[in-house]
Design a protein around this ligand. Structure first.
Ligand SMILES: *Cc1c(COP(=O)(O)O)cnc(C)c1O
Length: 234
């Protein structure tokens, strides 16, 4: 236990150092980047080590797991829904997640809007873009983005805050630079259109293998699992 805590604390120090260096390389401020600890598959005791080190943003990719951990962890933290979301699970998660990163269809957006109206809340979401157009990945194509943004901007209880992507798994993170740059450009293009209910202040991109490159290309939210918690055992 003590060993686990020490390892995690060291990992966080190391990640923080690399975030700061990446920010410095491109003249960004550390505060411009939010570190989300991706705690999927990890037990509550382990999450507490991260909490004790001061991290207050946690990410989960399954509704069930997010809901359970939400109950068991202190209230003063933010939960991010980062995984594929099914419409029948929207109700369980919308009052618990501060941000849904993974909206990838109008049908899903409408479901979120409808559940949000029932509890009289506005829900912040990101649109997930499959920027490298990988077969295996969720997310819309870049070419479908304008249409979806247009439709979503008309949903009263949804606030589109930006874009999210999961870049390909690559040996060399430099290979993903082009994808991060393309996602940033998409967000700049949308922002320039000044669409109601749509701001483009959040770019959720970068994971353990490639977050430094993502920061250099403008990521505002990075999602780190392995780099903080160590390898996941499924
Ligand atoms: C698991 C996961 C992460 C974190 O992955 P690591 O490589 O362990 O940092 C980030 N984003 C999403 C959507 C994930 O499912």
């Amino acid at each position: 236990m003590e060993k686990e805590r020490q390892d995690i604390w060291e990992n966080i120090v190391h990640v923080e150092e690399r975030i700061l260096n990446a920010c410095n390389r491109v003249g960004r401020k550390r505060e411009e980047v939010t570190l989300i600890a991706v705690s999927k598959t990890k037990p509550i005791e382990t999450l507490f080590h991260v909490y004790e080190k001061g991290i207050r943003e946690f990410g989960e990719n399954k509704v069930q797991e997010l809901v359970e951990k939400y109950k068991d962890m202190p209230e003063d933290l933010n939960w991010h829904m980062i995984g594929h979301l099914q419409r029948n699970k929207v109700k369980a998660v919308i009052d618990k997640a501060c941000l849904i990163h993974s909206v990838d269809s109008y049908r899903l957006a409408k479901q979120i809007d409808s559940e949000a109206s029932k509890i009289d809340r506005d829900i912040s979401v990101l649109i997930e873009v499959n920027i490298a157009e990988e077969e295996s990945k969720f997310g819309i194509k870049a070419s479908e983005l304008d249409e979806l943004v247009g439709l979503m901007s008309q949903l009263k209880h949804i606030k589109v805050k930006g874009l999210m992507t999961i870049a390909p798994f690559v040996e060399n993170p430099e290979e993903n630079r082009i994808h991060f740059r393309n996602l940033k450009q998409l967000s700049v293009d949308i922002k320039s259109k000044n669409i109601d209910n749509v701001s483009m202040n959040i770019l959720s991109m970068g994971m353990t293998n490639d977050y430094e490159v993502a920061i250099e290309e403008g990521a505002t939210h990075i999602r780190i699992g392995t780099g903080i918690f160590g390898e996941r055992i499924y």
